[in-house]
Ligand binder design. Structure first.
Ligand SMILES: [Zn+2]
Length: 156
């Protein structure tokens, strides 16, 4: 059965499921990043020997000059809040109590960072430039995921 729909309001849906199987691979540099989190409770970065840029997450090749970067090295999971938002509702519109704070954390000594939750802080106390550090799950509970970091909290 074929029909050409010319009016988008005529689009119909058929509820059901489509079985999809996949395997996610983090890649060589991504694996180094996730192993650092799981096995050593830190982050990993790589450096371009020509541009001297520290990539976090690590890259195999420099995004600017395409040179092969150095081997990933461990860096402390701390940095500063570069921007943040406070979510008062979840993706389905249900109220979040307490609200969830999401931030982009620029990792110290690198050109990179990551988006993660902030914890152990009230929304009104968060500001750009706030120094934060990662709170990791206990080593036995880590699975090699960015969620092995429970959240970032203010330093001190
Ligand atoms: Zn470079």
């Amino acid at each position: 059965m074929r029909e050409k729909l010319t009016n988008p309001e005529d689009v119909r849906t058929w509820p059901g499921t489509i079985p999809v199987e996949y395997v996610y691979t983090a890649g060589v540099a991504g694996e180094a990043y996730l192993r650092a989190i799981k096995e050593r409770g830190c982050l990993a970065a790589s450096t371009c020997p020509d541009c001297n840029i520290d990539y976090l997450p690590p890259r195999l090749y420099c995004e600017r000059c395409f040179a092969k970067t150095d081997e990933p090295r461990d860096v402390a999971a701390r940095g500063v809040v570069e921007t943040f938002t406070v979510a008062h509702r979840d993706l389905d519109g249900r109220p979040l109590e307490p609200p969830v704070i999401y931030a982009f954390v620029r990792i110290a000594g690198t050109a990179g960072g990551l988006i993660h939750r902030l914890g152990d802080v009230e929304p009104g106390d968060v500001h750009i430039g706030l120094e934060v550090e990662a709170v990791f799950r206990p080593p036995a509970e880590r699975v090699g995921s960015i969620l092995d970091i429970e959240h970032f909290k203010p330093v001190g």
